[in-house]
Write a protein that binds this ligand. Sequence first.
Ligand SMILES: Nc1nc2c(ncn2[C@@H]2O[C@H](COP(=O)(O)OP(=O)(O)OP(=O)(O)O)[C@@H](O)[C@H]2O)c(=O)[nH]1
Length: 360
Amino acid sequence: MAKRQIPVIVLAGFLGSGKTTLLNHLLRHSGGTRIGAVVNDFGKIEIDAMSVAGQVDSMVSLGNGCLCCAVDASELDGFLDRLARPAARIDVIVIEASGLAEPQEIIRMILASDNDSVVYGGLVEVVDGAEFSATRERHPELDRHVGIADLVVLNKADRIGDETRESLLETLAGLAPGTPVVPVSHGRIDPEMLFDRKPREDHLEAVRQLSFEDLLLADDEHDREHDHDHGEHCGEGCDHSGHLHSGYESVEFRSDTPMNPRRLMEFLDGRPEGLYRMKGFVHFGVAGHRDKFTLHAVGDFLRFYRSPWARSEERVTQMVMIGRGIDAGTLKAGLEGCRDTAPEETEEHSMWGVLRYAQD
Ligand SMILES: Nc1nc2c(ncn2[C@@H]2O[C@H](COP(=O)(O)OP(=O)(O)OP(=O)(O)O)[C@@H](O)[C@H]2O)c(=O)[nH]1
């Protein structure tokens, strides 16, 4: 009998298009299918990895830099080996590329892998319905990404009208003739479009039999060992010219001191144009608002998602900012100026500005 190979699906799409949202949707609706995820964050603080962890059967994180530029593909190979080993009983592997990755480079790495337990399973390109037209003007490379996709997900359908949607569908059909394009909101595609779901009972059985602690622990160790300083850009020694991420940099910010809501909103309102993407978690510590506020900014879009902190979670603010022509020093200084050493004295109405953009 032929050996069963595990499909490796690449999930790509520009910054903030909804890849993590789609991956989380797949993980929640996988039925009995065991998904292994490889998450590639562009910034040093692994916000995407943190947003996916806990929902997935097994995850490895390729943080800090762009996978597509890895000089040495063996790191990805090592991760694929780990996820594909029979004991992990993974049915499908999804690689969430960073929002600035060149998908064809990742596909090339998968095809070049000498692991015969895995097989390239296709490219899913997520398109941000609200931003695509503008982003495409700045980054004509995106047309090529759509062109090589096996499935195009026109996401954020809820943010566009019928006319825009029809016009985008037409544009996408022109860029990828014959490729299915599915308009959705919040990445809610039918998982069967990507893989055959197995019955739930088998899944429960599998979960009972297996612990993935070892994999996660091994990842931590691996991350420590490979804490190579790629610099705040992608890396030295790789030729980025013509790559989507050329000129982009990421800036990280972390604070144990809570943030003042009013000052943070002023900072966000005045964020520079080149700062396209922000994501992270904010701790305000203001009475009545001591929850975790997950922050997402994509272009002009800004949203806080409010949720309780997990018991084990540190109450810290962590943020990644990605953009072009941004000044790391100015951004960090701006955020440092938002720190609030006495949040207990901050009046509750200071939160109003934040709450206007918040949802539970
Ligand atoms: N209104 C709306 N918001 C969405 C939809 N899908 C995702 N979002 C929001 O868009 C923001 C970015 O979503 P992510 O899933 O983090 O995007 P991403 O592609 O993983 O982002 P990067 O990894 O930074 O490239 C978040 O605030 C999501 O909640 C959608 O269909 N509609």
